[in-house]
Write a protein that binds this ligand. Structure first.
Ligand SMILES: Cc1ncc(COP(=O)(O)O)c(C=O)c1O
Length: 418
């Protein structure tokens, strides 16, 4: 069974926003058409409500499902000491922080989290935002402007691009993970005052690691600044789970701006920027996403902090996630499916057209496997995919069960490779 998040809104056939209404914009018309079609053809699997925690198994619509698309890389959701830290924080500081950070919203929990984040990442300081999205827009819009240039990997996350739009800084993209293309872009900076190179530690849609040592060398050669979004690399990469810098042995000081999320390997909510003290003290007073938005709630700050030691000492969990990913990739490749990226826990299965990805997800759903379809505009047209995460909480049996579902779909000819 699939639950309808729109309570029958799309049931009676094509529906478009009322003429000259508030929502009568091209994007809404396009989405109404796709969403309405998805609901009527029972392919819309987004916004399905979980009954309880999201783990390797979860209950949805009274049905136990094998979850293959949870961000919980290290399987930390539900860890008693992390939950206890959150519960204690509610008891000691309440559910809301009661203000923005600059005014009455800062608690000792925020301070402790920021100190421990900086230490985990090997930077001088860190600042917590209410999300990873807010961290990227906050940092970029505070630091760059129309006379600068951002040279971004072509697969960079939307939050970085939105930050650039907010900053009104021109953006040029370079071919994904290609240092030669980055070199060409940096050599052609025109009259840009300052240049920021923006990359991700582990690419969120493709699952491949950034080529950090080469990127650092180029940013130094060309006198550019570097932002590394560690949303998916924090916890998953590096001997201490310190992200791409840790993985490649690049000192924290070699990266000017490190951003990330507290809702992926860290099972909480929020985001951060880490870097020099100078950078962080400025962002406290110059990043509007920090100054004009309520402080991270105490429970999230405490849970995030309690998770950090599990990242640092989580090599067993990391190894399990990577081993599960290798098993999953090998099995999928044996079914002649196109798998993107390298061998990380983020495993994209390329479906091709958006509709193929929706049908793929639905076929898996019918076999008790929950996997997210990622379509345009999150990925380029014709490259829609299922985005799978192999986590430390999955067992080998879980992975094999998922592979059996994939194999059944392939055998029955329900999905062909793109
Ligand atoms: C690469 C990347 N950056 C930033 C974000 C935003 O993080 P958050 O979900 O904490 O807002 C995401 C989230 O999906 C991401 O994948």
């Amino acid at each position: 069974m699939i639950s309808d998040p729109f309570r029958g809104f799309f049931d009676d056939g094509p529906r478009s926003p009322r003429t000259e209404g508030l929502v009568d914009v091209p994007a809404a018309r396009a989405w109404f058409e796709v969403v309405g079609w998805g609901i009527r053809s029972e392919l819309y699997l987004y916004q399905q409500p979980l009954e309880g925690r999201c783990g390797p198994r979860a209950t949805l619509n009274d049905r136990a499902m094998l979850v293959l698309s949870s961000y919980d890389y290290l399987g930390l959701i539900g860890l008693p000491e992390i939950e206890a830290a959150a519960i204690d924080a509610v008891r000691s500081h309440g559910t809301g922080s009661g203000g923005v950070r600059l005014l009455t919203g800062t608690t000792s929990l925020h301070r402790d989290l920021e100190r421990d984040l900086a230490s985990h990442l090997g930077t001088e300081a860190a600042i917590a935002f209410s999300s990873g999205y807010a961290a990227n827009i906050g940092a970029i819009a505070a630091l760059f402007g129309p006379r600068d240039l951002v040279v971004a990997d072509s697969r960079i996350h939307r939050s970085v691009l939105d930050g650039c739009a907010m900053a009104r800084v021109p953006v040029r993209t370079f071919h994904h993970n290609d240092p030669a293309a980055l070199r060409a872009a940096l050599a052609d900076r025109g009259r840009a005052r300052r240049v920021l190179v923006a990359v991700e530690g582990l690419y969120s849609m493709d699952g491949d690691e950034c080529r950090l040592p080469e990127i650092v060398a180029l940013k130094e050669e060309f006198g550019a600044y570097l932002l590394v979004d560690e949303a998916h690399s924090l916890g998953t990469m590096g001997p201490h789970g310190g992200g791409a810098a840790d993985r490649f042995g690049v000192p924290g000081s070699a990266i000017d701006i490190r951003t990330g999320s507290l809702s992926k390997a860290i099972p909480a909510m929020g985001g951060f920027v880490a870097g020099s003290e100078e950078l962080i003290y400025y962002l406290q007073h110059g990043a509007s996403a920090f100054m004009f938005s309520g402080a991270l709630c105490p429970a999230a700050a405490a849970a995030a902090r309690a998770a950090l030691p599990h990242l640092a000492c989580g090599s067993d969990r990391r190894a399990r996630a990577w081993a599960n990913a290798a098993r999953l990739r090998e099995g999928l490749a044996g079914l002649d499916l196109e798998i993107g990226g390298a061998c990380s826990p983020l495993v994209p299965v390329i479906a091709g057209e958006d509709e193929t990805a929706y049908r793929f997800a639905r076929n898996l759903w019918d076999r008790g496997v929950w996997a997210s379809a990622i379509v345009h505009p999150a990925v380029p047209r014709g490259r829609a995919r299922l985005r799978l995460f192999a986590t430390a909480a999955h067992t080998e049996n879980d992975i094999d069960e998922a592979l059996t579902a994939f194999a059944d779909i392939r055998e029955k000819g329900l999905i062909s490779a793109p």
